[in-house]
Ligand binder design. Structure first.
Ligand code: FES
Length: 115
């Protein structure tokens, strides 16, 4: 088992609550969400039809896709509301000295996307 390799992706101040922020690590699009001061990271591509979720809306730990309204948990990646049925990959996050770092190794495969 290999150790996670964290990559700096943003400043903590760049990810305020209720505002999804898209970053990329090695070509993988990742959506950062601040939930009560804790940063969570999920794959940025909706598992329904390839929409960027950073264009959507956040309600606490719920991320809504702007295209057809699927809702995902940004903590677990699970689908909370259809039409999406497959969960999002999630990523490990660390915060150090006001900087956000992400381990780009997903916890599960993305069903519609290679990364
Ligand atoms: S593309 Fe996200 S719900 Fe359809």
């Amino acid at each position: 088992m290999t150790s996670p390799t964290f990559v700096e992706v943003a400043e903590l101040a760049d990810v305020p609550p209720e505002t999804p922020v898209r970053v990329e690590v090695d070509g993988t699009p990742i959506c950062l969400v601040n939930v009560d001061g804790t940063i969570h990271a999920v794959h940025d591509v909706c598992t329904h039809a390839m929409q960027s979720l950073a264009d959507g809306w956040v309600d606490h730990d719920r991320l809504e896709c702007p295209r057809h309204g699927a809702v995902f948990s940004v903590i677990t990646g699970e689908v909370l509301t259809p039409p999406a049925s497959a969960p999002l990959p999630t990523f490990g996050v660390a915060v150090k000295d006001g900087r956000i770092l992400v381990d780009p190794t997903p916890n599960r495969a993305h069903p519609l996307y290679d990364n």
